[in-house]
Ligand binder design. Sequence first.
Ligand SMILES: C[S@@+](CC[C@H](N)C(=O)[O-])C[C@H]1O[C@@H](n2cnc3c(N)ncnc32)[C@H](O)[C@@H]1O
Length: 222
Amino acid sequence: MRTNQFICGDAAHVLKDAPNESVDLVVTDPPYLVKYKDRLGRTLANDDNPDAVLSVFDEIYRILKPSSYCISFYGWNAVAEFAERWKSLGFATVGHIVWVKSYASRQGHTRYRHESAFVLAKGWPQKPQNPIPDVLPWEYTGNKHHPTEKAVSVIEPLIKGFSKPGDVVVDPFSGSGSTSVAAALHGRDYIGIDVEERYCAHARERIARLRQMQSEELPTAA
Ligand SMILES: C[S@@+](CC[C@H](N)C(=O)[O-])C[C@H]1O[C@@H](n2cnc3c(N)ncnc32)[C@H](O)[C@@H]1O
C-alpha cells in the first residue's frame, strides 16, 4: 500500500490491501461508541456501530510489525468493549495517557475535563529511551473542520515518543488528518483513512499546505 496518502473508505476493508507486519506505529482516535452529537448537531460515522469500529482493530493488529505500538484514544463509556477486543487480539496494555483540559467539554455526573488513550503493545517493543509523560496538556482546536478534531500538538508527543524518522504511521480513523500532519511534520510517512470523503479532502488540503510551507522553508541552492 502506497504511503503518504489519505484513502476514503471503511478502514476494515481498506486495510485488507496492506501487507502483514508492514506498519511501524498506529496512532488513532476511533469513535467512542457514545452516539456523539455536538452543539451544531454534527455526528460521527459508526459511533452507534461497535462492530464497524472494533473490527478495524483486527486489521490494525495484523498490519503492525512484530514488537510495535498502537496508541488509541477511547471514551470511558465503552472502555469494556474496546479493552475486550484489544485483549482478544493479543495487544498488551503498556501505558495510559491523560490529557488535561482547562475547560469542561461536557457535564454529567462529573465535569469532563480530560481525554485519554491507551498505549497498546503488539509483541515486546523496546521501551523508549526517554519515555513521554503520561499526563499531557490539552489544546482545543475549535473543531471547525471536524466535530472532534485533535490538535497536532496533542498528537506530536506520541509520534516523537513512539516512532523514528522514516517510520510508517497509520491512522485508520483519521478525520481531519491531525495524526498524519504530525507524522509528516516529523519526517514520518503516513497513511490516513476515513470513511467520510469530506474529511479525507480536508486532510489532503492540510498536508498540501504543510508541504508548501516546508518547501518554502528549504534554503535555496547556491
Ligand atoms: C473521533 S473521529 C477522529 C478525529 C480525528 N482524530 C481528528 O483529529 O480529526 C473518528 C473518525 O472515524 C471515522 N470512521 C468511523 N468509522 C470508520 C471506519 N470503519 N473506517 C474509517 N473511518 C471511520 C469517522 O468518520 C470519524 O471521522
